[in-house]
Design a protein around this ligand. Structure first.
Ligand code: ADP
Ligand code: MG
Length: 260
């Protein structure tokens, strides 16, 4: 009875769990007649790190592109910090600023220096003074360990360095959520680690992250939750250790056996 009482007291003191950072509630999406997302139900809580994996064409990119409205869903609801994405465009602009995205193909502006790449959006989308945006950019380039490259052009950098610039550029908008779409898939093997290390550092600072990746070592070390998609569905979502050692679904087992 005593232990029961302490339990109750502890529960009462525990703050109410914050609203999800991202919530998919019965989301469907079609490209024309093609049903690409099927009844997605998923919650990502503040500070959570979610790794999404699954075969090519299973809908992983589409799923995360829906979070910042690069793609629109047709049925169900997506909420980002409680704001439903079918809300007014002004609200969606605000959500977009809170959600940073990093792509497989870096997508840096080739005619701008590293520093200009980083300072561009804060100046034009947020109205930050150029000087202030450049100070912020310098700080974030230092954080991704590339401060000395600030005045180079993207083509003068290695792939790993370009991807770290892309991460710094996204961070310059002070996002609350970061989305990564196969950020290391276009890199030579020797550059994968430096990018994963940057992402691991970000995760350890409590950033809310969804990472589409097949880097299973990263998933095991960093993810709070692994989501396995196949054919537009979330087939399995749960603890990384359980997923890797004892996947519950045959499709997940097949996928993992092909990775090894
Ligand atoms: P993944 O990232 O898991 O490889 P995607 O989300 O890119 O999967 O694509 C899922 C499916 O949707 C694929 O069959 C792909 O060909 C198709 N698809 C992706 N984008 C479009 C588009 N803009 N128009 C039509 N079909 C698309
Ligand atoms: Mg993809």
């Amino acid at each position: 009875p005593l232990s029961h009482r302490t339990e109750t007291v502890r529960d009462a003191r525990r703050p109410p769990r914050a609203a999800p950072a991202i919530e998919f509630a019965g989301v469907h999406k079609w490209y024309g007649a093609f049903h690409v997302l099927r009844d997605i139900r998923l919650a990502v809580h503040p500070g959570e790190r979610v790794v999404v994996c699954g075969p090519s064409g299973s809908g992983k990119s589409t799923l995360i592109r829906c979070v910042n409205r690069l793609e629109e869903h047709q049925k169900g609801a997506i909420r980002v910090h409680g704001v439903e994405l079918s809300a007014s465009s002004r609200e969606i602009d605000r959500v977009r600023r809170e959600v940073g995205m990093v792509f497989q193909q870096f997508n840096l502006f080739p005619h701008l220096t590293v520093l200009q790449n980083c300072a561009l959006a804060p100046v034009w989308a947020e109205g930050v003074k150029r000087r202030e945006a450049e100070d912020r950019a310098h700080a974030l380039l230092a954080k991704v360990k590339i401060a000395d490259q600030a005045h180079k052009y993207p083509s003068e950098l290695s792939g790993g360095q370009q991807q770290r610039v892309a991460i710094a550029r996204a961070l310059c908008m002070n996002p609350k959520i970061m989305l990564f779409d196969e950020p290391t898939s276009a890199l030579d093997p020797e550059m994968v680690k430096e990018v994963l290390d940057t992402m691991t550092a970000l995760a350890s600072e409590g950033m809310t992250m969804i990472v589409v990746t097949h880097e299973m070592g990263f998933a095991r070390r960093v993810a709070d939750k692994v989501v396995f998609m196949d054919n537009g569905e979330v087939v399995e979502a749960g603890d990384p250790e359980e997923f890797f050692t004892a996947p519950r679904h045959e499709r997940a087992r097949q996928f993992l056996s092909r990775l090894l």
